[in-house]
Design a protein around this ligand. Structure first.
Ligand code: DX5
Ligand code: ZN
Length: 221
């Protein structure tokens, strides 16, 4: 199985966003990853609804929105209206995860839950059957271009096992420090969706990098 590839817009050229969105439209990318940061949940601020709505008007790829904000449950309807197809909340930011996930799904979006690097996958055991996706942060959230945390492989294997045990159909997404060197190992460990920012937009040939990630390998497990 080929992984889904979701280029992270955070590393795009915001002075000429049209060009980067058009590159993604014409590439093998499956989704477009949108990082929303509030400067509270993470020590950085990115962008919000006006940018998201502008991107939605130009892109032909489903928007995969990753909320790194406090109280994300208050904005679920707004993100649907702004064009999100996949909406991911952080486990650490929500008190009533079950109801937030159900609300996302009731509005016709796929629901993802993200875990920071220090948060164990075992905390998802009860909710896994309900989820469409788990996003494992493989760097500390907040910035593009960081180094992949190697202990994430173990976490992917544990999550893959837990998904099997709970008969969940959740996809595993990884985000942070993904590149063409570690993509094969990640997919072989059980990853379904690769998010990549810096390695794509920092390249002279971004669509070629998307292509290499997409065709990195087949899942063995
Ligand atoms: C980080 C964001 C990521 C980021 C990944 O908090 O969630 O989506 O854009 O960037 P790279 O691939 O450069 O590590
Ligand atoms: Zn992200």
């Amino acid at each position: 199985m080929q992984p889904l590839v979701s280029p992270s817009l955070l590393s795009a050229n915001f002075g000429n966003l049209d060009a980067d969105i058009e590159m993604i439209n014409n590439s093998e990318a499956d989704w477009l990853h949108i990082d929303v940061m509030d400067g509270v949940f993470v020590p950085n601020i990115s962008f919000g609804f006006p940018v998201l709505e502008a991107v939605k008007r130009k892109t032909r790829k489903p928007l995969d929105v990753h909320l790194m904000i406090v109280n994300p449950e208050n904005y679920i309807t707004r993100f649907r209206e702004a064009g999100a197809s996949v909406l991911t909340l952080h486990y650490e930011a929500v008190d009533h995860l079950d109801s937030a996930v159900r609300k996302i799904q009731s509005l016709g979006m796929k629901a993802g839950v993200s875990l920071n690097p220090h948060t164990p996958v075992s905390l998802l055991e009860e909710i896994l059957p309900l989820l469409d996706m788990v996003l494992l942060m493989t760097v500390n959230p907040g910035f593009g271009g960081q180094i992949f945390i190697e202990s994430s492989y173990n976490k992917i294997l544990k999550l893959r096992e837990l998904i099997k045990e709970t008969s969940s159909s959740a996809l595993i997404q990884v985000d942070g420090g993904v590149d063409t060197k570690n993509a094969t190992h990640l997919v072989q460990a059980g990853v379904d969706v690769l998010v990549a920012g810096n390695t794509i937009f920092g390249s002279d040939n971004p669509s070629e990098i998307i292509n290499s990630l997409k065709n990195c390998c087949k899942r063995i497990t």
